[in-house]
Structures are given as C-alpha cells and as structure tokens.
Design a protein around this ligand. Structure first.
Ligand code: SF4
Ligand code: SF4
Ligand code: SF4
Length: 342
C-alpha cells in the first residue's frame, strides 16, 4: 500500500479497484491513504490499484497547447455564487447545455465545509459545487458514481492537478490491462484547478478556524486563497485573513511532494493567479479544450481577453517554483530515509 505521506487522496485507485462493487477499497481521510476493507484479502494476481496510482509512476505528458486568457462570467447568478470569474462553472454549464456531457463531477459542500464528491447535472448542481474547498476530496470516485450509479455516457471531471494526473493514468492503464472498468472513455472534458496545496479538514477547519479563531464554520460562505493569504468570508464580510505561512503545518504531507501547479493533464486549467478580482485565469491545453472554450465564448457564457505577458510570466514562475519545491522535498525525504537506514 502507498505511503501515507505520498498519497494525493485522489480516489483513482478506488475507482479502478477490480472489486469496486464489493467496496474493497476506500480512501480513509484520517489515515490519509486508501485502505482495504477489514478482513478482506485481495486476489493474488490483481494490483490494478497499484498500476493506476500516479504517485507510484507519473503519467507521461503529451504535447499540447498553452493559451492563456482572463475570463469573466456573463451570468450574474453564477458570478455571485462563484470564486473570481466563475469560469469553471460557466464552462461546465455550456458543456451541459450543449450536450457535450451529461453530468459534471465536482466537489460540493456537505455541510460545515466538508467536501463531498457529486455528479451535477444542472445549473443548481453546478452552483452547489462552485468555489474552492481547500480540504481533500477523493474526486475520482465520482467517475464510478457517474457511470455505474447514474448510467452516464459522458461526464466532465473537475479536479486538482493530482486528480488530473490520476485520471491520465486511468486513461493510459485503461488501454492496457490494469483497469477493470474502462471508465476512461466516458470522461469527455477535464478541467484542472490551480493548486498550491490542500489542508487537513480537522486541522484547518476545526482546529485553526473553529477552535483557534472562534469561527462558526457553518456561517462561512466563501474560502479563498489569493496570493499568500487565506480569506474567510460570510457574505460580503471578511471573518479572517491569515497568511498561508501560518497554516503551512496543516498542509497535507502528500501535497508537499507535488510538482504540478496548474493541472498539466487537463483540457482546460483554471485558477485565480494573474487575473484581477472578478476574473479567472484560464489555460487552454488541448484542441478539445479550445473547442469547448470557443463554444462557451460564441454562445455568450463567458467573455475573454488574452492574459498580459506579466500574468503569464507569474503563472510560469509559480509552476516552476512548485515543481522545484516538490522535487526538493522528495530529495529531503530520500536523504532522511538513507540516514535512518545507516
Ligand atoms: S489489489 Fe485489486 S482487489 Fe485489491 S484493492 Fe487493489 S485493485 Fe482492489
Ligand atoms: S494517490 Fe490516488 S491512486 Fe494513489 S494511493 Fe492515493 S488515492 Fe490512490
Ligand atoms: S498540492 Fe498537489 S497533491 Fe495536493 S491537492 Fe494540490 S494537486 Fe493535489
């Protein structure tokens, strides 16, 4: 089983498990890794979960585009409910309305900001999944929900860069022999979210916000990391702003070895770095991503202008810094292990 400090909690192994129907594998958030159901033995010839995991072996990056835009919402309801420009929600709304996909795998708030993977099939569902949660969700388990439970033929997947790389791995092993369900042909659109790290729910929400700062979690309406600051809001009122340096200890260990900031394995990447308030930064990465983006523009779902060179430079700098930090942390851990083995 994968080491706790490496797991991205993406849920890819759970969705790929050969014995998925029997609930053999699940992500245990307190253990911070997947666990096999107590008392069960895996078939000796299996290991599908192992081959699926992007932290065992990284997928290979295919050549693609990198076109950057600042995007604003033309839909007032979505703009109000969303973070920044609402680009993710609007691209998904267009994909649903134009029948490109039948459902969208996103993460909603289960109550008290606990993330819950959902399959949204209309605008209300999309709005429920809008906004960043910053605590982990095993989003790839939503692929199994969309296809096996909801009988969808086509779905969009929205997730963090680790989840995009896990889906890429699913796609690649799906063409090989280690994917029991061949889900990969059903995912039509991949939207990756810029990510600098996610935090333990217990430590950030319960420990830091509730206990240390006395914030009633159920009153929070928006969490947003902008630059180096986490902002916590209820409606228009800011309840707290805290430097991300202050919450570094609550960051998951699996995030500290992560090298991908923008989600290079997506059709379209979206984040808030480099764009003014009220707008999203969007990177188109594939021909299909371009097609969906142009469709959303033509049908009036979004407005877009190319990102200024300074903005593109900032995104590239952060991509480089995150990659270097992930590699350095892996090296540190390797060195530590060697010393322990001496
Ligand atoms: S070894 Fe096979 S049956 Fe066991 S958890 Fe992995 S995929 Fe599932
Ligand atoms: S990184 Fe994802 S695929 Fe790998 S063990 Fe963790 S949850 Fe499973
Ligand atoms: S930092 Fe990496 S591992 Fe952590 S949530 Fe973001 S993309 Fe996933």
């Amino acid at each position: 089983m994968i080491e706790k400090g490496k797991c991205a909690l993406c849920g890819g192994c759970v969705a790929t498990c050969r014995l998925l129907d029997y609930g053999y594998l699940s992500v245990d958030f307190s253990e911070e890794r997947p666990v096999i159901r107590e008392g069960q033995q895996c078939p000796p010839d299996c290991g599908y979960c192992y081959y699926q995991c992007p932290r065992v072996e990284k997928p290979e990056l295919r050549a693609g585009r990198e076109e950057m835009y600042e995007v604003a919402s033309t839909d007032e309801e979505i703009r109000k409910a969303c973070q920044d420009g609402g680009a993710v929600t609007l691209l998904l709304a267009y994909a649903l309305d134009d029948a490109i996909v039948e459902g969208c795998i996103t993460v909603a708030d289960k109550g008290e900001w606990k993330p819950e993977v959902q399959v949204a099939m209309n605008k209300a569902g999309l709005i429920k999944g809008a906004g960043s949660k910053y605590t982990p969700a095993a989003t790839l388990t939503g692929i199994a929900d969309a296809i096996l439970r909801d009988n969808l033929w086509s779905a969009a997947l929205v997730g963090t860069p680790c989840q995009m790389s896990s889906y890429e791995k699913m796609f690649v092993v799906g063409r090989d022999t280690h994917n029991a369900h061949n889900f990969s042909s059903h995912i039509k659109l991949r939207i990756g979210l810029f990510c600098m790290g996610c935090y333990s729910y217990e430590k950030l929400m319960k420990g830091h916000l509730e206990q240390e700062h006395g914030i009633d979690i159920s009153e929070i309406t928006k969490l947003q990391i902008s630059g180096d600051v986490l902002h916590v809001y209820t409606g228009e009122k800011e309840l707290l702003s805290t430097g991300i340096g202050d919450i570094e200890d609550y960051k998951r260990d699996g995030c500290k070895v992560c090298e991908d900031f923008t989600g290079v394995f997506s059709d379209i990447s979206v984040g808030n770095v480099s764009s003014p308030a009220g707008k999203s930064s969007v990177i188109i990465r594939t021909d299909f991503g371009r097609e969906v983006f142009e469709g959303a523009l033509e049908h009036g779902y979004i407005e877009a202008t190319p990102i200024a060179k300074s903005g593109a430079d900032l995104i590239h700098r952060l991509m480089k810094e995150k990659k270097e930090a992930g590699i350095a942390e892996k090296e540190r851990r390797k060195k530590r292990l060697m010393e322990q083995l001496k």
